[in-house]
Each structure stands twice: as structure tokens, then as C-alpha cells.
Design a protein around this ligand. Structure first.
Ligand code: SF4
Ligand code: SF4
Length: 165
């Protein structure tokens, strides 16, 4: 996995133009079975890929924290939300709460998440490859293929399953 992660940004750069064209066409005319195909590709990929071998999203990117995330996680620490914010979060250029530092402080050396049951919604949903109307998050996906080897593989499989002319 280490080698895969090291090569991923370069591989993603090489696919950027092809992916941009693919998603532009997909957006114009999304196939009727897109949600179904994405669900299938997502499940197939995550049968092969074990996030515990990777944790690259937790190490390099980190999630946005919604107010509901902050309240839920702070409660699990028996803290006031503001105490949690002051300890771990900052506001980014888009005015969202994000981690003060990476890798995520809740990631263990064994790649387990110490707040797994209450983790942010964005962590639960990353890399968003099973979400409905996948074509709407093309821009985000093109960034995620450089971070997440599973997202990279899913987009490659997508291009084979749903070729755009
Ligand atoms: S979601 Fe992607 S980047 Fe995150 S741990 Fe799993 S395979 Fe790695
Ligand atoms: S909260 Fe957990 S799942 Fe989310 S980035 Fe941190 S370690 Fe990863």
C-alpha cells in the first residue's frame, strides 16, 4: 500500500485530462443506471481495499466538521463544544471547521479511528463513491483520486463500465 500511495498523486495527474473529459460528458448526459453502477463499483472496490491498510484520507486531508459533528463528538468527550473546537479545530478559507493539524489527532498508529462511532459525517461518507447523482461531485472526485486509491480505482472502473462517446 505504501508504494501505491506514493505513486497515486502522479497517476492521478496523468489521468486528469481524461477524467475531466469523462466527467464533462457524464454530467451532460448521466446514464439512467448511474446510481446503481456506482453502488456496485463502490462495493466491489471496498471488498478489495481495506481502509485500515491505508488511512491516507485521515493522514493527509481530514474532514469538515459540521455543528452536529462537533456537538456529537464533544458530548462523547464530555466536553463543551467550544472546548473541543479550541482544542482541535480551526476555521478554513471557506469558513468551515477543519482540523488544526494533520494527520488527524484521532487516528491511531494502527490506523484505527479513536472516535469511530461518532466520527464526522464527512469521514463516514468519504470518498463519496456510493452517493447518488455521482456526476454532481465530479470536481471533488477529481481531487479525491489523488488521495484515495479506492476512489482512483473506482473512477478507472467507471470509465470502462460507462464509456462516454
Ligand atoms: S477511504 Fe480511501 S484514502 Fe481513506 S482509508 Fe479508505 S482507501 Fe484510504
Ligand atoms: S475522525 Fe477518524 S475517520 Fe475522521 S479523519 Fe480522523 S481518524 Fe480519520
Amino acid at each position: 500500500m505504501e508504494k501505491i500511495l506514493k505513486q497515486l498523486p502522479q497517476k492521478a495527474r496523468e489521468k486528469m485530462t481524461e477524467n475531466r473529459k469523462f466527467f464533462a460528458k457524464l454530467k451532460k448526459r448521466p446514464p439512467k443506471n448511474l446510481d446503481y453502477v456506482m453502488q456496485e463499483l463502490h462495493e466491489e472496490e471496498f471488498e478489495r481495499t481495506d481502509c485500515l491498510d491505508c488511512a491516507n484520507c485521515c493522514k493527509t486531508t481530514g474532514p469538515l466538521f459540521t455543528n452536529a459533528d462537533i456537538e456529537r463528538i464533544a458530548k462523547s468527550f464530555k466536553q463543551k463544544p467550544q472546548v473541543f473546537i479550541d482544542s482541535y479545530l480551526k476555521i478554513d478559507e471557506d469558513n468551515d471547521y477543519v482540523l488544526q493539524q494533520l494527520p488527524c489527532p484521532f487516528l491511531g498508529a494502527d490506523n484505527y479511528c479513536s472516535i469511530y462511532d461518532v466520527r464526522p459525517k464527512a469521514c463516514r461518507e468519504f470518498p463519496h463513491t456510493d452517493r447518488k447523482k455521482f456526476q454532481q461531485i465530479a470536481h471533488l472526485t477529481m481531487k479525491n483520486v489523488a488521495i484515495c486509491p479506492a476512489a482512483f480505482n473506482i473512477v478507472e472502473a467507471m470509465k470502462e463500465r460507462l464509456p462516454q462517446k
